[in-house]
Design a protein around this ligand. Structure first.
Ligand SMILES: [Zn+2]
Length: 396
């Protein structure tokens, strides 16, 4: 019975130590200070900058120009070791038409007769609306944007850009923070995924501040070719997984993806339309994949992010789900703890028509209100807060 006694003594001694130091004002939380360097107007301006390149479809001049622009921004933030991953993309066949949910279909408790289960697992609940990819240029009423998005994709070499915050004590270990810069649908791909791309760029900016120090490294990467089947992130895993632990590639500690951050207006109404305003209960959805080899570790990581949201996000809460799917964290999920942050759950909600602008000509900067943009900012606060804690961030 000696050990509990010693522990009790130590616990009792703690307040005395604090008093002896005479420190009445607690030291400022460096993580809160870093989170405060995020700003709604800056986040919106970065999304707006990305929409200058239209839908940024992979394999086009507008996509290549967007990669150049992103690289220039990362350099201007002072982010270290700006690099590009190169790979070939040659589609085997033309993309098949996307699945249809139907207009205002109510799914019964078993998910509806003949209804395929949601991607990534889980169950559809309530009313579903139509989803799909717009491939019709004439559905874009803005002639300027129609022209900007007109050049077709051609097969060949692709590039995606990344930069790295180098850790002071553990430079050879890193978290990977990503979003995808390519889009589709004859709009501006403002939400899918300008919103996640801008989030990653904003975090690169904050962590690259000259007074910011971290123990571990952080890689910020803007994937290309997500919309064609996660080809950019798959290429990264294929080319670099075996290099981990060498001078060319830090060991991966975790991968955090951001894909569609703005729009949480709730379930479709019976007529298939969506409420026009962000719902007051809007939340950031943090998902891991329960079938992944690293499911248990990914779930822990997800809850670490949930706690960071509770502590650092200014407006919207976070929810944890187990069906991460259809985004660039998937190629990592069997090698490292991997999670995604989104406006809604990808399979059961976005897949059920909760985002009417998804892959549509209406995915425009002008479509979203500040209540929408603020959900993306809250996801940025969540990831910044969580990652800053995980890498031991301090301010000089
Ligand atoms: Zn996306």
């Amino acid at each position: 019975m000696r050990r509990p006694f010693v522990v009790l003594l130590a616990a009792l001694a703690l307040p005395a130590v604090a008093l002896a130091q005479g420190d009445s004002t607690p030291a400022p939380d460096p993580i809160a200070q870093l989170v405060a360097r995020l700003d709604l107007e800056r986040y919106k301006a970065t999304i707006k900058g990305l929409t200058n390149f239209g839908d940024r479809r992979q394999g086009t001049d507008r996509n290549r120009a967007a990669v150049d622009w992103i690289e220039a921004q990362l350099r201007s933030y002072g982010c270290s070791n700006v690099s590009r991953l190169k790979y070939e993309y040659r589609p085997a066949s033309s993309p098949s038409p996307a699945g249809r949910g139907g207009q205002g279909v109510r799914t019964d408790e078993r998910g509806g007769q003949g209804v395929r289960p949601p991607a990534g697992g889980g169950r559809y609940r309530g009313i579903r609306a139509q989803t799909g990819v717009n491939t019709d240029s004439l559905k874009q009423p803005d002639a300027r944007l129609r022209a900007l998005d007109a050049q077709a994709s051609t097969p060949g070499e692709r590039e995606e850009v990344y930069c790295t915050k180098i850790g002071t004590t553990h430079p050879g270990e890193m978290y990977i923070v990503g979003g995808h810069m390519d889009g589709i649908g004859w709009g501006e791909a403002a939400n899918d995924d300008g919103s996640g791309t801008a989030l990653v760029m904003e975090l690169a900016r904050v962590f690259s501040g000259p007074d910011v120090r971290t123990d571990h490294s952080i890689r910020f990467i803007l994937w290309n070719n997500e919309e064609t089947g996660l080809n950019g992130s798959r290429a990264y895993v294929e080319q670099r997984r075996a290099l981990q632990g060498t001078k060319d590639e830090p060991k991966w500690l975790g991968m955090i993806q951001h894909d569609m951050m703005l729009f949480d207006h709730g379930m479709p109404r019976a007529d298939g339309t969506l409420p026009p305003e962000q719902r007051p209960e809007a939340d950031v959805n943090i998902e891991f994949q329960s079938s992944a080899k690293f499911a248990a570790e990914a779930e822990q990581l997800a809850w670490t992010f949930e706690r960071a949201n509770e502590k650092y996000a200014t407006d919207y809460p976070a929810s944890v789900g187990s069906h991460m799917t259809n985004t660039d964290s998937a190629p990592f999920q069997d090698y490292v703890p991997a999670i995604s942050l989104r406006e809604n759950e990808r399979g059961t909600q976005i897949g059920a028509g909760w985002d009417p602008n998804w892959h549509q000509p209406t995915d425009l900067y002008a479509t979203y209100s500040d209540n929408d943009f603020r959900l993306g900012l809250n996801a940025a606060q969540t990831t910044l807060g969580a990652i800053a804690g995980l890498v031991g961030a301090t301010i000089k």
